[in-house]
Design a protein. Sequence first.
Length: 122
Amino acid sequence: METAASPHDHGGMSETRSAGRRIIDEATSWPGVTAQPGSRGELSLRFGRREIGHLHGDRAAHFGFPKAVAAELKAQGRIGPHPAFPDRVARGARRIASDDDVREVVALLRLNYDRAASPSSA
């Protein structure tokens, strides 16, 4: 599997940063995004006061989306039910077990970031 070069590649050496660190580094490179510890051991990724998602170490990411968006993402298999709120349509989770999962978590965070950063959402 080929991967695109990143600013963290070191002369062809394989990626050594953890999955969570890679996700955090990418998301916090977006203007206005910060990483803050949550009250349940999670790391919240925020744009201003709005959470765009949160991480539970290197193993899972949790998100909140508008109901229609979450339903579509679930139908596409991009997110599954949130473990604490399995019946809430707007909540979702993504297991992090591979490089593909890291890329997908970043894409899902970016989806929320783009919505949050949109002038129409202010």
